[in-house]
Design a protein around this ligand. Structure first.
Ligand code: GLC
Length: 445
């Protein structure tokens, strides 16, 4: 048996690419795109399998063009993507041999997962599949009395706990199919554990052993064991074999990043929606701005984390226009400023008042979000700045100390133009990145 230390070392090796990549696309897509009220619609509206059946017969995403999705992700600066192969409603976007409840049996008639994987790999992106541990379609999954099942209050759906084993073998069988029939996968994203539906209830050790034997390099989130903040043994020095490779904070960016019980950094990925829904929700227009996304991505990186940003394609197979527009603008910023994101991590400096730092060891990146009055202070960095340039165009910036900064002797100063005592608007009001080369005599640790 491997020690905790060995497991953590392997996790560190496996997640190396992931921690460099920093930015990925989450895609929630399924039958729920038709009712268009989010992917929990069956549960929130207490719909039976029969109530939901018309969507199965109507599912015909004639405009599904995964190459266009992959292009949008690539141009946004994303390095990987994760698609819902099966969500809680149990509907499979792949041609499983273990169920008829799959896209190939709908009017779509296509293996949507296979096409997604081909298209995203062709753009050079890493690929992952989301797989719901919950299954509201499978007859062996607890229904009446479960916390979230659509039939939770309906006694007619009382199920014999003994039969749950049937579901577990189905779930293991589908994971085997996905890891056997679809080439190299980079990520498996399980969702989710709750109450006693957790860890060994999923026969997680056995499942993990199978997964590692099929695709040893694959990385996985921490939700086989827990969901929500700080649950699961990923945080300890003694993780289980199925603790996962990265933590998965949801709809929040952890205020101080993610660290383990002994203060050690844990790989993490915040997953967030572009509006307030994962699955397509026609009436939800609460979109975040491109500026917010840029700054939140930077915030993740400044705390050693990744951002997995969701899109919810509609019933025709199109990513909503609002989402595409935001992605395009983020991509425009990323083309100029991606060096301050990829391969970067937390700088060993306190958060500056005007924005955030990211760091890649050789270079410190100052992400300025708030225009300054007078020169921009780089607190504690007096004598440490060798050169300062605007990352977007490589132009040199002024770092001499103007008259209004004479008394702040431990700090360095930078400004966008001369004379340096003046105030200037930010060259990019979304986020202006200054690339700072530091003198090597005293290392930032
Ligand atoms: C949740 C929801 C789900 C969504 C997921 C993404 O756990 O149940 O609908 O897929 O979060 O992280």
């Amino acid at each position: 048996m491997k020690t905790g230390q060995e497991l953590i070392r392997e996790r560190t090796e496996r997640t190396e690419w992931f921690q460099d990549a920093r930015f990925g696309m989450f895609i929630h897509w399924g039958l729920y795109a038709i009712p268009a009220r989010g992917e929990w619609v069956r549960s929130t509206e207490r719909m039976s399998v029969e109530d939901y059946e018309p969507y199965f017969h109507a599912f015909d995403p004639v405009e599904y063009d995964p190459k266009a999705w992959a292009k949008a992700a690539k141009e946004a600066g994303m390095k990987y993507a994760v698609l819902t192969a099966k969500h809680h409603d149990g509907f499979c976007l792949f041609d499983s041999g273990l169920t008829e409840y799959k896209s190939t049996r709908t009017p779509a008639g296509r293996d949507l997962v296979a096409e997604f994987l081909d298209a995203f790999r062709a753009e050079g992106l890493k690929v992952g599949l989301y797989y719901s541990l919950l299954d509201w379609h499978h007859e062996d999954y607890p229904a009446y009395g479960d916390r979230v099942h659509p039939m939770r209050d309906n006694e007619a759906y009382k199920r014999n706990p003994e039969s749950f084993g049937g579901y577990v073998s189905y779930m293991h069988g589908q994971i085997r199919e996905l890891l056997t029939n679809y080439g190299k996968l980079d990520i498996v994203w399980f969702d989710f554990s709750y109450d006693d539906m957790n860890g060994e209830k999923w026969k997680a050790a056995e499942l993990m052993e199978m997964m590692r034997s099929l695709q040893p390099h694959i990385i996985m989130d921490n939700r086989l064991e827990g969901s929500g903040s700080h649950s699961g043994s990923i945080y300890t020095d003694n993780p289980t074999t199925y603790a996962g490779d990265f933590a998965s904070p949801e709809q929040i960016i952890p205020p101080t990043g993610v660290t383990g019980d002994s203060g050690n950094p844990i790989p993490w990925e915040a997953c967030i929606t572009l509006n307030n829904n994962w699955g397509y929700a026609a009436a939800d227009r609460n979109y975040k701005s491109a500026t917010t996304i840029i700054r939140k991505l930077t915030e993740c990186v400044s705390k050693n984390g990744n951002l997995l940003l969701n899109v919810g394609p509609d019933a025709k197979g199109r990513i909503p226009k609002e989402s595409l527009d935001i992605l395009a603008e983020v991509g425009e910023w990323m083309r100029d400023n991606g060096d301050s994101i990829y391969g970067c991590k937390a700088a060993p400096l306190p958060k500056p008042e005007w924005g955030r730092y990211t760091w890649n060891g050789a270079t410190l990146y100052a992400h300025v979000h708030e225009p300054s009055v007078g020169p921009i202070p780089l607190v504690g960095l007096n004598g440490r700045i060798k050169s300062a340039r605007l990352l977007a165009d490589g132009s040199e910036l002024m770092t001499s100390r103007p008259w209004n900064a004479t008394e702040y002797t431990s700090d360095a100063f930078v400004n966008f133009a001369s004379p340096e005592h003046n105030s200037y608007p930010l060259p990019d009001p979304r986020a202006t990145v200054i690339q700072l080369e530091l003198t090597q005599d005293k290392e930032l640790t």
